[in-house]
Design a protein around this ligand. Structure first.
Ligand SMILES: Cc1cc2nc3c(=O)[nH]c(=O)nc-3n(C[C@H](O)[C@H](O)[C@H](O)COP(=O)(O)O)c2cc1C
Ligand code: SF4
Ligand code: FES
Length: 595
């Protein structure tokens, strides 16, 4: 018999025992700062896991985190100052300002300088902007902001600027137009609307496309399936089998079979949690944003079905901070869902990241959901056994859950029926770089990069010849055009030292060099390493230093790469050498030329 969600109590957050201190050691609390913090927090709970949410409130209101506010927040949340400080300083989007030091400028412009944006001229833009905008505007470089199809991408405050140039950025700065434009909920997409050449979402460069709102989603049959599940019309075991038969695999990068993951978590004792990963920080990846901007309820229903199947009573949705438009949509649509629920709902909490690529790694994300620094945990235990607040957790990429409803309603063979070159399923390729039509291209798994370029991307840009490609974002390696006929899917690239990961394809042309691309990627890994383990923290910095030389010391780079791959705790440090190893293997002519 199907278990009803409202029969279970959601996991409760363990309350930390706090010794009441008679007098605070060290910094004394400034009463006016305490009043300000109390006013901002209002009636919100002061729980430890909400620390990042509360830091955001202060950062949003005052444009920085002044010491006096951090001391006041520590007092208000009954935390040690060091706990607050270590979290605040971990995340890129928090500006911790010492007492007496000047606050950052009121407007911040961030220009992405990850690979697709660098290819599109981000460096030049970054060099010119300070002169154009003057001293009152802060100009920062930023790692991939998930808008690679709009390269070079920038933000003015929270306002995204696609195909950014000094004029567009200057106009927004002058108008102080720093908020994300609101989107309208008037669209009527179905999941198959985007399948096939010429139907790709995200090529129109609109930062606020219309989306399917709650009413429209329900009117088109949405949430009927989860209501039926809770009414006992479906069997969790049969549901898990459907996931297995569809061949759906995790679309966040690791490709773990979804049905198997559900089975593992289902076998764990209650209480259990679902955690949805929308951190989408892998350079080149923007598919989750593109779907979320258009059809947010489809993944929410998938999340509810997953929760029902594994018997989880609480869901956490972790959204990267850069996606301000998506956050507004999710806040509104979750509120509508809760106000008029189609069935009993588990608790659903939306959590806001704060600028840290490593928080996409599942255990780091869980740390961040708990209000801590996003540092990956050692495994075992795996998050399926010990996840959010120590409870067994079903952790999924947003897009994996996005497909659940359609797989059940259309049948697992519908999803498995797509595919090419012996592979099965659909893949949402985020394609950027030197092609005519960058965007999310929903294509058969196993398509080759040449087929993708020709059939879906409108070919190479005029004047550019296909030279090489990244098959899986920053981590997945770099291959030459001569290897452009390999089916793109999980497992097919491993023997070449590459992987598809989240299917972020960056196309290089004869005007680019793999060496320069690899330098860009290593710079990213160095900046985003959480610093917890030495092979990664020191290795990424050392590798970059060696790669910035005109001549690469190849034996030393190989040795260093091996140490990083063998001894790093998580996938960041283990995969960071992939680009440089690929340059040595597949682009030796560049190394001979040097510089
Ligand atoms: C450094 C690093 C960054 C990652 N970033 C993301 C991310 O942004 N989004 C995501 O869904 N998974 C990311 N992952 C993969 C997750 O750890 C995890 O495998 C995935 O969320 C599982 O969900 P899935 O089975 O639905 O793919 C990352 C992994 C590593 C090692
Ligand atoms: S490999 Fe890098 S990112 Fe991962 S835990 Fe170690 S230092 Fe942190
Ligand atoms: S937005 Fe610039 S590389 Fe992704």
């Amino acid at each position: 018999m199907a278990l009803r969600m409202n029969d279970r109590s959601p996991p409760t957050v363990p309350i930390r025992e706090v010794k009441v201190r008679s007098a605070r050691k060290g910094r004394q609390v400034d009463p006016s700062a305490l009043e300000e913090v109390q006013a901002l927090l209002g009636a919100a709970p002061r729980r430890r896991d909400l620390l990042i949410e509360h830091l955001h409130k202060i950062q949003d209101r005052y444009g920085c985190l002044a010491d006096r506010h951090l001391v006041a927040l520590a007092e208000e949340m009954r935390l040690a100052m060091t706990e607050v400080y270590e979290v605040a300083t971990f995340y890129h989007h928090f500006d911790v300002v010492k007492d007496g030091a000047p606050a950052p400028a009121t407007v911040t412009v961030r220009v992405c300088d990850s690979l697709a944006c660098e290819l599109a001229g981000a460096r030049d833009l970054l060099a010119r902007l300070p002169n154009v905008l003057g001293e009152k505007v802060r100009v920062l470089h930023a790692p991939c902001i998930g808008r690679c199809e709009q390269a070079p991408a920038a933000t003015v405050g929270q306002h995204p600027v696609p195909c950014a140039d000094t004029a567009r950025i200057g106009a927004l700065v002058q108008q102080r137009d720093v908020t994300h434009p609101a989107a309208k909920d008037t669209a009527h997409w179905s999941a198959d609307a985007f399948i096939g050449p010429g139907k790709s979402p995200g090529v129109e460069l609109n930062v606020s496309p219309d989306y399917v709102g709650y009413e429209a989603y329900r009117a088109a049959g949405g949430y009927r399936l989860i209501a039926e599940c809770l009414a006992g019309k479906h069997d969790p075991e049969a549901m898990i089998q459907k996931m297995e038969h569809s061949g759906l695999r995790g679309l966040g990068g690791a490709g773990f079979p979804t049905g198997r993951k559900w089975r593992i978590v289902r076998a764990e004792p209650q209480p259990k949690v679902v955690a949805v990963n929308i951190d989408e920080g892998e350079p080149g990846t923007f598919k989750d944003r593109v779907y979320l901007e258009r059809d947010p309820h489809r993944f929410i229903e998938g999340m509810l079905i997953g929760a029902w199947a594994v018997q989880a009573g609480a869901c956490y949705v972790y959204l990267r901070d850069e996606y301000h438009g998506c956050r507004a949509i999710l806040e509104q649509e979750l509120a509508r869902l809760k106000a008029d629920p189609p069935c009993a709902l588990p608790s659903i909490d939306l959590r806001r990241g704060a600028g840290a690529y490593i928080c996409g790694e599942e255990s780091a994300m869980i740390e961040s959901i708990e209000g801590k620094r996003g540092m990956p945990r050692l495994r075992p235990p795996y998050v399926a056994q010990v996840g959010v607040f120590g409870y067994p957790t079903l952790e999924h990429n947003m897009e994996t859950l996005y497909w659940v409803r359609d797989i059940v309603e259309r049948g697992p063979e519908w999803f498995a029926g797509f595919g090419r070159n012996g592979r099965k399923g659909l893949r949402s390729f985020s394609v950027s770089g030197r092609i005519k039509n960058p965007g999310v291209h929903l294509a058969p798994a196993g398509i080759t990069v040449r087929e993708l370029i020709d059939e879906y991307c409108g070919g190479m840009r005029d004047g550019h010849e296909f030279y090489g490609y990244l098959p899986g974002g920053a981590s997945g390696g770099i291959l030459p055009a001569s290897m452009g006929d390999i089916p793109l899917d999980f497992d097919t690239l491993n023997k070449y030292g590459c992987f598809i990961g989240s299917a972020a394809i960056v196309i290089l042309s004869d005007r680019d060099r793999a060496m320069d691309a690899a330098r860009n990627l290593l710079r990213f890994f160095r900046d985003e390493s959480c610093g917890q383990c030495t092979p990664c923290r020191v290795g990424t910095a050392k590798a970059l230093e060696l790669m910035e030389r005109a001549r690469w010391d190849e034996p030393l780079l190989e040795e260093l790469s091996q140490a990083m791959m063998d001894a790093s705790i998580c996938g960041l440090g283990q995969a960071a050498p992939n680009p440089l190893l690929c340059v040595m293997k597949y682009f030796p002519h560049e190394l001979q030329q040097g510089a």
